[in-house]
Write a protein that binds this ligand. Structure first.
Ligand SMILES: Nc1ncnc2c1ncn2[C@@H]1O[C@H](COP(=O)(O)OP(=O)(O)O)[C@@H](O)[C@H]1O
Ligand SMILES: [Mg+2]
Length: 222
């Protein structure tokens, strides 16, 4: 087998439910997200078995929705000044760990992964400035009518991203959970219904972080 990239095991820096996150071996501004294999699947050696193991259908649908939503938003906003509330995705690469998605790294000045909203809330280190950054990101999700049905506190990362000429300002970035992640679509594409859905997601995020969500102003507070 030949791979576009070899990922040393030591580059593994985070792991979610679905994906293992590796530092890009040569580009400090990027991460590689590799889908975890579904080890519970019976092991079949034929093509379908391999595909099933790696892409059970619901999972595949959810993952596809995330990339589709990314494409939809970016094609709608090709203007250079567009400030995306979610992390950029640069396509796929074959790696020794499996299919990887090349992703923009949200990081601290020394290149480490930025801290999640969940981690900050747990430690009690979320600053007022960072709360404003979260509100700014949420405002852009509403403004651009982005589907984000999984506003898990672990999916918001604080840090800087490279803006082409070096690290940008600190911001709060949604790194996962956009697109309609439900196996059965619960809301149609309408703007109005998406706002309702975003509002629900924000309410849930408030419950999970101890923050207060004001649906009228669309802002979190303490
Ligand atoms: N673009 C990113 N920049 C910095 N950290 C990230 C980024 N994407 C993911 N992470 C970190 O990796 C964890 C898991 O990644 P995620 O994409 O949420 O995987 P999963 O789909 O398994 O939840 C996140 O909770 C976060 O801590
Ligand atoms: Mg996640």
């Amino acid at each position: 087998m030949t791979y576009a990239l070899i990922l040393p095991a030591s580059n593994l820096v985070a792991s979610g439910v679905q994906r293992a996150v590796y530092l890009h071996p040569t580009d400090r501004n990027k991460l590689i997200k590799v889908l975890k294999s579904n080890s519970d699947m019976p092991r079949r050696r034929n093509f379908n078995g391999v595909m099933d193991r790696w892409f059970p259908s619901t999972r595949l649908r959810q993952i596809r929705k995330e990339y589709t939503e990314y494409l939809r938003v970016m094609l709608k906003h090709p203007e250079p000044e567009f400030h995306a509330p979610m992390s950029h995705m640069f396509g796929f690469v074959s790696t020794n760990m499996g299919l990887g998605c090349l992703t923009e790294r949200v990081m601290t000045p020394d290149g480490q992964l930025g801290e999640t909203l969940g981690a900050k809330v747990k430690k009690g280190t979320l600053t007022d400035e960072q709360l404003s950054l979260l509100n700014d990101t949420v405002a852009r999700l509403f403004t651009h009518n982005i589907r984000a049905s999984d506003m898990n506190p672990k999916n918001f990362v604080f840090g800087q991203r490279d803006n082409g000429s070096g690290p940008g300002p600190e911001e709060c970035v949604l790194v996962d959970g956009f697109g309609d992640i439900h196996a059965i679509p619960v809301r149609s594409i309408g703007k109005w219904s998406n706002r309702l859905g975003l509002n629900d997601s924000c309410k849930r995020l408030a419950q999970n972080t101890g923050l207060i969500w004001d649906a009228a102003t669309r802002e979190f507070s303490r």
